[in-house]
Write a protein that binds this ligand. Structure first.
Ligand code: PHE
Length: 449
């Protein structure tokens, strides 16, 4: 059977934006910003996206499009079978991440449903009525396992329909909805009394504080940029393997990074005014910011339940359009290599990933452990290998591939290649070493038995 393809270039871009925009933007970004000095973090994050993220994204695109194969097979196809290990680590990472990403996706389903039915279905609970208690019940235990299963079923359902019929069709609706709904919420948030203080916190950097804390802020911001662009887990390699030769990878990469950043910033423009309006300190909100502080703030507002429905609805769509990209990485590998149908592959894999996520659904300590290993070790390790491969092994071929479909841009290609070989490589290596160090210091390498 012929390998699948995107129906259109826009479809590829939207699917990639759908992958990039996810819990990373709406849940992780606000609390990373808050724990790393507010606007100062935003500045470093933007620099990291432009200086490192886009070049690394192009490196993944180059591998995927040149090979037209899944994340492991690609390296063999390009003539370097030993480098399949880079793809294997990424594939493993995608599997690993989806296990707990889906658990959080399950929480979001419950929050979305609870915003609507919480008042009428007592078992469901209303997230706005008692946010702390609701988070406790929703985040760990049998309920969390059940909603994790529901989220996985939705993910499998989309991936089973294929690249064009499932992922492309779904993300064409999902991505614009996310943008419109978030923009609406941001406009609404601007009318709240605390909005000004929220903007100040988010948008005016304290350069003194930044310079004093660069050692923490830089790795956090680079890590956030990479996670947010869906790098390191084979997603962008896999998605690019479904595109045609005549696309301009550079402009596609730029648009994806631009929209991803835009939606991250929009999320900040929703979350920070909400928190400041209710005098919730963003630093103390931590990872619970979106799940506890936002409902607390919404509860005070007229029509809070409707706002809750819209807010958590956005988070749900964003999470789902990222989860399908993670499942697609492994699904693609299976159907490229074995005589197995797409629905069978997606279902079987989804089931295994569901089981792997059960510990995270039962205890958030497990979720934190899975996340720590994924973001601090697996992601930078796999991305580092891809970057070394593209920069130093594929080298001239990589340059040829990145320039395909461009008219001219003769200088930009070599500039990209040298950025990948030097700045990007060093930044990712540094992030990996600092990430491992962080886990050694906080005991994050040891599973929380
Ligand atoms: N980029 C996604 C987010 O921000 C997470 C993700 C990472 C998805 C890696 C796929 C691959 O939520």
């Amino acid at each position: 059977m012929a390998r699948e393809k995107w129906a259109s270039r826009l479809g590829f871009v939207l699917a990639s934006v759908g992958s990039a925009v996810g819990l990373g933007n709406i849940w992780r970004f606000p609390f990373q910003t808050a724990t790393n000095g507010g606007a100062a973090f935003l500045v470093v994050y933007l620099v990291a996206v432009v200086g490192i993220g886009i070049a690394a994204l192009l490196a993944e695109f180059v591998v995927g499009r040149r090979a037209n194969l899944n994340v492991i097979g690609a390296f063999e196809e390009l003539g370097h079978p030993n480098w399949q290990i880079a793809g294997a680590i990424g594939l493993f990472g995608g599997f690993w991440v989806l296990s707990y990403y889906s658990v959080i996706g399950g929480w979001v389903i419950r929050y979305t449903l609870g915003s609507v039915f919480g008042g009428v279905v007592p078992w469901m609970g209303d997230p706005l009525a008692n946010p702390v208690e609701f988070f406790g019940v929703a985040s760990a235990g049998p309920d969390a396992v059940a909603f994790h299963a529901a989220f996985m079923v939705l993910t499998i359902g989309i991936v089973a329909f294929g690249v064009e019929g499932g992922i492309e069709k779904a993300t064409k609706v999902m991505v614009p909805s996310i943008a419109v709904m978030l923009a609406g919420l941001a406009v609404f948030a601007s009318t709240l009394p605390g909005a000004g203080a929220g903007y100040a916190y988010f948008l005016s950097p304290d350069l003194g504080a930044l310079l004093g804390n660069l050692g923490n802020v830089i790795p956090a911001a680079v890590g956030q940029a990479m996670f947010s662009l869906s790098l390191g887990f084979g997603v962008m390699i896999t998605y690019a393997s479904y595109i045609g030769d005549d696309d301009n990878l550079g402009t596609d990469g730029l648009s994806i990074a631009f929209f991803n950043t835009l939606i991250g910033v929009l999320a900040g423009l929703v979350v920070f005014p909400l928190l400041f309006a209710q005098n919730v300190s963003p630093e103390t909100a931590g990872p619970g910011a979106v799940f506890v502080s936002v409902p607390t703030a919404l509860a005070e507002l007229p029509a809070g339940s409707i706002l809750g429905l819209v807010f958590f609805g956005v988070v749900l769509i964003a999470a789902l359009s990222s989860a399908i990209s993670l499942l697609e990485v492994v699904t693609s590998y299976l159907i490229d290599n074995y005589a197995i149908s797409r629905p069978q592959a997606a279902t079987g894999l989804g089931l295994v990933i569901f089981v792997l996520g059960i510990p995270s659904a039962l205890d958030t300590a497990w979720l934190g452990w899975f996340d720590g290993i994924a973001v601090n070790v697996v992601l930078p390790l796999s991305l580092l290998l891809v970057v070394v491969y593209v920069g130093w092994v594929l080298a001239g071929d990589a340059l040829d591939e990145v320039q395909r479909g461009t008219s001219g841009a003769a200088l930009l290609g070599p500039l990209w290649l040298w950025t990948v070989r030097t700045v990007v490589l060093v930044a990712i290596l540094g992030t990996l070493l600092l990430g491992i160090r962080k886990l050694l210091v906080n005991g994050g390498l040891i599973p929380p038995f």
